[in-house]
Design a protein around this ligand. Structure first.
Ligand SMILES: [Zn+2]
Length: 302
């Protein structure tokens, strides 16, 4: 009974929010050009002249997924690679797609076939009041003479949802939601098992000074046809060296997990054969390893 009441109340709230936003839209703001905020597309203004913004059926739902990831405790650095892997167009690319123009372009003096999501891109998207349908300028809500936000599209998030998101983002950047910071193994989210494609996780081994990265399919409740494992020191050295080669980054500078994640580095480890003899002690069997790097220029060279 109470639940039904709550659901009904919620439905009323949503419908009154939508009604009032439709009203406001009809009365007010037009989209005047510029980068269409992620999650939206251009749509004819309800008045019949000019443009407003409407939820983009291809990307609006993704905003909800990303917000859920933030509330689940994932950092933006962890969310960005997933979007790239899934082929989700970055805001500039989606904007180009919607305009019927090719994706990619020139940035920092280099040409890209398409742009990549980074924690910076995500931060801009998630902190923009355009998620509430507001017209923004310099990332801030534009207000009318009475102080009310100028709406140029239907809200993708309610005011409450947007503010809860800002709190979650703030909590993360203060580090208060990151109790395990500094203990996350270097290649978490970067090393993947060739057998199942899943992430590999760092584990210590009793009686060994070094740890291992292992396939954790069983922990996910999956069965991996060829679960991989590799010494952590070998896999880390291999990855860092390949990254330095690929970027021209000098050997003095340390490579952090966030740098690797931001750069879209992915290392895949195939299952080793058992046994193997003395060669197994010399270093990693690199024939088991695949290093993928999307060649985004990060400016690490000197
Ligand atoms: Zn596996």
């Amino acid at each position: 009974m109470e639940l039904a009441d709550a659901a009904e109340q919620e439905a009323r709230t949503i419908s009154s929010r939508l009604t009032s936003s439709h009203k406001a839209l009809r009365a007010a703001g037009r989209y005047a050009g510029g980068l269409v905020p992620f999650g939206y597309r251009k749509a004819p203004h309800p008045s019949g002249s000019g443009w407003s913004l409407a939820p983009d059926s291809e990307t609006a739902a993704l905003v909800g997924v990303i917000v859920a990831d933030v509330h689940a405790g994932l950092s933006l650095i962890e969310i960005a690679p997933g979007l790239n892997e899934a082929g989700v167009p970055a805001p500039r690319d989606r904007h180009a797609q919607l305009q019927g123009r090719p994706m990619g372009g020139r940035r920092h003096g280099r040409d890209f076939e398409r742009f990549r999501w980074t924690s910076g891109t995500l931060s801009k998207v998630l902190r923009s009041p355009s998620l509430m349908g507001h017209r923004t300028h310099g990332g801030q809500t534009v207000r009318d003479t009475s102080g009310a936000p100028v709406l140029i599209g239907e809200p993708l998030l309610s005011d409450e949802e947007f503010h809860a998101l800002q709190e979650a983002l703030l909590a993360r950047s203060n580090g208060t939601r990151r109790p395990r910071r500094g203990t996350t193994a270097l290649l978490t989210g970067i090393a993947h098992c060739a057998g199942c494609g899943g992430r590999m996780y760092f584990a210590t081994r009793k009686g060994y000074v070094y740890g291992v990265y292992v396939c954790r399919a069983t922990a996910r409740g999956d069965v991996c046809p060829a679960p991989a494992a590799m010494r952590s020191d070998w896999l880390e050295a291999y990855t860092v060296n390949r990254f330095r080669e690929a970027t021209g980054m000098d050997a003095e500078r340390s490579v952090s997990r966030s740098t690797l994640l931001e750069s879209g580095v992915r290392v895949t480890v195939g299952k080793g054969r058992s046994g193997g003899g003395p060669s197994r002690l010399a270093g990693p069997d690199t024939s088991r390893l695949t290093f993928a790097f999307p060649h985004v220029h990060m400016g690490y060279g000197n």
